[in-house]
Write a protein that binds this ligand. Structure first.
Ligand code: GLU
Length: 414
């Protein structure tokens, strides 16, 4: 049976609510998504035939500010996944203390099946359909799996054409030319690097001897190889959907990047032995970083994981059953809602810069990101120690308590 991310998200919320003795009414509010919009997205394909795709935009919560969250293009998308991702965005924003609620959107499509013209048509029509929900004060989309900065530029343009003037602050993760932020494209990976550094320090592990395996070589996993190499770690394995490569002596970030540019995948890279995308999860390493899809670490493979630390760069890569097994086995899981929040943090910086029409240099962005990530790590660790709970529960407790406080301070309308 395929794990359901919404069930996992609810069970994490319920666990945190129990630790917090959360008011049952507030708990019930947080168990629901505030609004869900389903849209039909018709486009004319190159062969002249009209094809209708299904999409969604989900707002989970707006107690702490406008909604924030990515847009995902993936052929296996379903509504429960979008809802879970929206809820996780709510906790993520609260944990790093940025003034947003959580949202997520997506279209059931494999973007690789579309031509560039079709991709633009799909994006513009999807943006037009979710127009009633988005805006710089309402809901600010961003890239996620299957979407990129060009897609954000098309969303920004569609919104702007509609209102009649340019509104850069309606999306983040845009190209620099239309109000993007320096440092945004590698921000999630950079945030993971800061959290990895903080975790190793806290665990008394030396960065130099740490062997890391990374599942996923996309927007997050890709830049991470070089960043972790800069930190001093040895990246021993990387993989993507097509397969991966393992070398106990370490892989060269530059070598993989060059190979990936021409081959379009890391599978087949000659710098090590060939492994599958699944084998990477149970490879011999100290730190495992899932940076791809959700529900990768399950009760099926959790017993065989050899890492001592798991840092979740993907959203929801560990099922609740696998979480239990890792806790029993003494494997530390640094949860997604903490570890992968660097992306949305720099999205926030981008939005602030857009609203002020005043732009920062990259060092300023990275320094501010480091400060926020390290503080969030300390805050989550503080809750974990105080309540004697694992990091995921602590992170959820912290996120939920901040959202609940905002909710009760505002009061229930009407
Ligand atoms: N899609 C990213 C995430 O899951 C970034 C969202 C954003 O920047 O709004 O965190």
């Amino acid at each position: 049976m395929t794990p359901n991310p919404w069930k996992a998200a609810l069970s994490q919320l319920d666990g945190a609510a129990a630790k917090l003795n959360l008011d049952p009414g507030v708990h019930d509010v947080l168990r629901h998504c505030k609004r869900i919009l389903t849209v039909a997205v018709p486009i004319r394909r190159e062969d002249g035939i009209t094809h209708v795709y299904t999409g969604w935009r989900v707002h989970h919560n707006t107690s702490r500010g406008p909604c924030k969250g990515g847009v995902r293009y993936h052929p296996d998308m379903h509504l429960d996944e979008v809802k879970a991702l929206a809820m996780w965005m709510t906790w993520k924003c609260a944990i790093v203390g940025i003034p947003y609620g959580g949202a997520k959107g997506g279209v059931v499509v494999d973007p690789k099946d579309l031509t560039r013209r079709e991709l633009e048509a799909l994006t513009r029509r999807y943006a037009a359909e979710i127009l009633p929900l988005i805006g710089p004060e309402r809901d600010i989309p961003a890239p996620d799996m299957g979407t990129d900065e060009q897609i954000m530029a098309w969303i920004m343009d569609t919104y702007s054409m509609n209102v009649g003037y340019s509104v850069p602050g309606v999306v983040t993760g845009k190209p620099l030319a239309v109000g993007g932020s320096r440092g945004r494209s590698a921000a999630t990976a950079r945030g993971v690097m800061y959290v990895t550094g903080a975790t190793l320090k806290h665990r008394g592990m030396s960065v130099e001897d740490t062997r890391v395996a990374i599942q996923g070589y996309g927007k997050v996993g890709g830049p991470m190889v070089a960043l972790l190499e800069d930190l001093g770690c040895v990246v021993v394995a990387v993989s993507d959907v097509n397969g991966g490569v393992y070398n106990p002596r370490g892989l060269s970030a530059r070598g993989i990047a060059e190979y990936r540019t021409q081959a379009g995948t890391v599978a087949g890279f000659s710098g090590g032995e060939t492994i599958s995308n699944e084998e990477l999860l149970t490879i011999d390493c100290d730190v495992l970083i899932p940076a791809a899809l959700e529900s990768q670490l399950t009760e099926e493979n959790a017993e065989r994981v050899r890492a001592k630390v798991i840092i979740e760069a993907a959203n929801g890569p560990t099922t609740p059953e696998a979480d239990e097994i890792f806790e029993e086995r003494g494997i530390l899981v640094v949860p997604d809602i903490l570890a992968s929040s660097g992306g949305v943090t720099v999205s926030y910086f981008e939005w602030v810069q857009d609203l002020q029409a005043y732009f920062w240099d990259e060092d300023e962005v990275n320094d501010k990101l480091r400060t926020i990530m390290e503080q969030a790590y300390v805050d989550v660790l503080g809750v974990a120690e105080e309540k004697k709970v694992r990091m995921r529960t602590a992170a959820t407790v912290l996120g939920v308590s901040r959202v609940a406080e905002a909710h009760t301070t505002r009061g229930l309308f009407p």
